[in-house]
Ligand binder design. Sequence first.
Ligand code: DNO
Length: 358
Amino acid sequence: MKMTFRWYGSDSDSITLKQIRQIPGMSGLMGVLDYKAAGEVWTEEEIKAYVDEVHAAGLECEVIESVNVHEDIKMGLPTRDKYIENYITTIRNLAKYGIKVIVYNFMPVFDWLRTDLAREIPEDGSNSLYFDEKELGDMTPVDLVRNTIDNCNGFTLPGWEPERLAELETTLEHYKNITPDMLRENYKYFLDAIIPVCEEVGIRMAVHPDDPAWPIFGLPRISHSQEDFDKIVALHDSPANALCLCTGSLGSNPENDIPNIIRHFGEKDRIACLHVRNVKYLGHRKFREAAHLSSEGDLDLFEIMKAIYDTCPDTYIRPDHGRMIWDEVGRPGYGLYDRALGAVYLNGLWEAINKMSK
Ligand code: DNO
């Protein structure tokens, strides 16, 4: 297992590579060029500059996140071929600089959704990302976007690029005619085009689950359960068509048994990487993000790490989100302190599992 950390680049992150390097057991990054709009080519120069900087700090850069899929591909519009060509160019460019895994998602319009980016946790005064479907009931998608962008402390957030959201109403209208099966057909068209290229250049595509793990605003969503992912891996059968198993996204729905889902796909060699974090259930379709420690939330992180150890021990993982603690001000969900604590805890579990297995 390689422990990694998400980093947005020196112009866009409050955290430095030096700080990340000082977290014990950190091997590298899950990187991102967060200024790139969906559908744009990531150029060799841009990738090289990012990767060189990471290497100079003594870290690896084998996983890249949020190479976002243009809505025209998801909606199956005639213009999709041009964006698929761009995507293929980006895959080839990333492969040239040592990238092994690309994390992406196939969620219509929104990436992840929360109704509050900094809900205070009464027990200790820290805060974390929070979701309550009832609060969402009173909001239009436009309200939600405004709320999210206004509350992100001036940072960009993955999946909330202003260009994409500018055309929000038209896009939402278009999705009214797209059923989950149609979305899957468009997904297959995309995978059939890109996976052979991934096989050729040694990259694995890792799809991120819907977050939260159920349909929102009536949009078709097709990646939030074991059954959904069984269908996705069958759309184009190849180890390069794999998952980024995010325990917190899938785990927002208590019906998803995360350790079992990891075992199911780990045994089939369909997990390319994982985001490992905890969630605390507060009621029906209501949760907040919790510290990584099992007892602080509702997921069993020991069983999760054990399932990884048993079925996909060579994978990449990263701590994810977590709370804002110790008065840190940063990108919601992406502070330094709680993610660093999470990484150290997960490495501790790993060491114990490893030694007890011998
Ligand atoms: C949320 C992240 C996601 C993920 C994308 C990949 O915090 O895990 O934004 O990176 O869905 O495209």
